[in-house]
Design a protein around this ligand. Structure first.
Ligand code: S3P
Length: 446
């Protein structure tokens, strides 16, 4: 895969007003789950709008290795699934490349099977903590046959003869951990309960219900969600239209806000409330973002966003908002670099364990480009320079992190001096169309 190939640097230069209409590629979270649940359910699943990024394609390969038949006809992906409980032992290690979501959810999906499955990934994924998924799986009876130190990949799991249902309170705000336990519950007799004190993206719950799982969600008086899933029930193939990825939309969105004279429409953006924190924050900062053509598609809220360049001002982004914009902090930090005054982002502890230590990577990238910022243990304060005068001129270390690469390329479109990134190849993990889409709007990136 390209992100394992030689690094390919890229540079973005100050651009004149961006304009045009772009359509967002499919949401990464929903695309992963579409392949997984389609591969597991019996009968046929047909998917349109799937994100054909490297991460998602790895998930498809993993499902194929466990018995699903996946083909593509025109724009449609067609999956003949194996049936709940009927995954086959893969003959070789499952290689998830850069993908935390693919690997962690699949550990839940197959960990309870009485077979050996080995998980491997690239240098970034091999550094990421997997104990957060392995701990609940161990409670369900899954044996961690081998793991690198600190519960890291390569990891080999072996399920018990029959897994035990658990009640699990998710200790950090993580949709991946929640989902892994629910997916393990699919192959476990009885009721598995996940207690989620802080709500995270709810695609697993919504989609599993759509596939016919016996799943219910109750929110108690304290706002804590109790998600119960009855295991070993049949799942049935579905027709899915994947809405556009709001996390990817963040890049043209912030670019249009900070490049003077821009007027851009971003079509087909998922507006699930667990994913809209960036839009909320940018509107609070004074961003001109108009939601047009608001609609529901496949059970999800979707809208087109008309974005015009704006004079932004710094805000305090509350910690409670972090789960709904967790992947968007790097690009928000770029927006904050062009805002009047100071932006304070709080509750960022999970950024330390993403594709890179994103908090450190963002702070280093900002400093390399002349932006004043303070990196706390779980916070980031950025002092903006409206107009971008004196900003840019640096090269950013991306640490195999697609969102660091795209965020700083967006910065270079509005800063006085160009901004370079040391590698852009891994952008293909989540947003292969990024360069073409941005240059189509008039961005000078190359
Ligand atoms: C995801 C959950 C989030 C997010 C990731 C996708 C998902 O990770 O950062 O990009 O699809 O469930 P965490 O669960 O680690 O917060």
């Amino acid at each position: 895969m390209s992100h394992e190939n030689a690094a390919r640097p890229a540079t973005a230069r100050r651009s004149s007003g961006l304009s045009g209409t772009v359509r967002m590629p499919g949401d990464k979270s929903i695309s992963h789950r579409s392949f997984m649940f389609g591969g597991l359910a019996s009968g046929q699943t047909r998917i349109t709008g799937l994100l054909e990024g490297e991460d998602v394609l790895r998930t498809g390969e993993a499902m194929k290795a466990m018995g699903a038949v996946i083909t593509k006809s025109g724009d449609e992906w067609i999956i003949d699934g194996v049936g709940n409980g009927c995954l086959l032992q893969p003959e070789a290690p499952l290689d998830f490349g850069n993908a935390g979501t693919g690997s962690r959810l699949t550990m839940g999906l197959v960990g309870t099977y009485e077979m050996e499955t080995t998980f491997i990934g690239d240098a970034s994924l091999s550094k990421r903590p997997m104990g957060r998924v392995l701990d609940p799986l161990r409670e369900m009876g899954v044996q961690v046959v081998s793991a690198a130190s600190g519960d890291r990949m390569p990891i080999t799991l072996r399920g018990p003869n029959q897994a035990a249902p658990i009640r699990y309170r998710v200790p950090m705000a993580s949709a991946q951990v929640k989902s892994a336990v629910l997916l393990a519950g699919l192959n476990t007799p009885g009721v598995t309960t996940v207690i989620e004190p802080v709500m995270t993206r709810d695609h697993t719950e919504k989609m599993l219900k759509g596939f016919g799982a016996n799943l219910e969600v109750e929110t108690d008086a304290d706002g804590v969600r109790h998600i119960r899933i009855q295991g070993q029930t049949p799942l049935k193939g579905q027709v899915i239209a994947v809405p556009g990825d709001p996390s990817s939309a963040g890049f043209p969105l912030v670019a249009a806000l900070i490049v003077p004279g821009s007027d851009v429409t971003i079509e087909n953006v998922l507006m699930n409330p667990t994913r809209t924190g960036l839009v909320t924050t940018l509107i609070e900062m004074g961003g001109s973002i108009e939601l047009v053509n608001q609609r529901t598609a496949g059970g999800e809220d979707v809208a087109d966003l008309r974005v015009r360049s704006s004079e932004l001002r710094g805000v305090v982004v509350p910690a409670e908002r972090a789960p709904s914009m967790i992947d968007e902090y790097p690009v928000l930090a770029v927006a904050a670099s062009f805002a009047e005054g100071r932006t304070l982002m709080q509750g960022l502890e999970e950024l330390r364990v993403k594709e890179s230590d994103r908090l450190a990577a963002v702070a280093a990238g900002l400093k390399a480009n002349g932006v004043e910022c303070d990196e706390g243990e779980a916070s980031l304060a950025v002092r903006g320079v409206p107009g971008g005068k004196g900003l840019g001129g640096g090269t950013v270390a991306t640490h195999l992190d697609h969102r660091i690469a795209m965020s700083f390329l967006v910065m270079g479109l509005a800063s006085q001096q160009p901004v370079s990134v040391d590698d852009a190849t891994m952008i293909a993990t989540s947003f292969p169309e990024f360069m073409d889409l941005m240059t189509g709007l008039g961005a000078e990136i190359g």
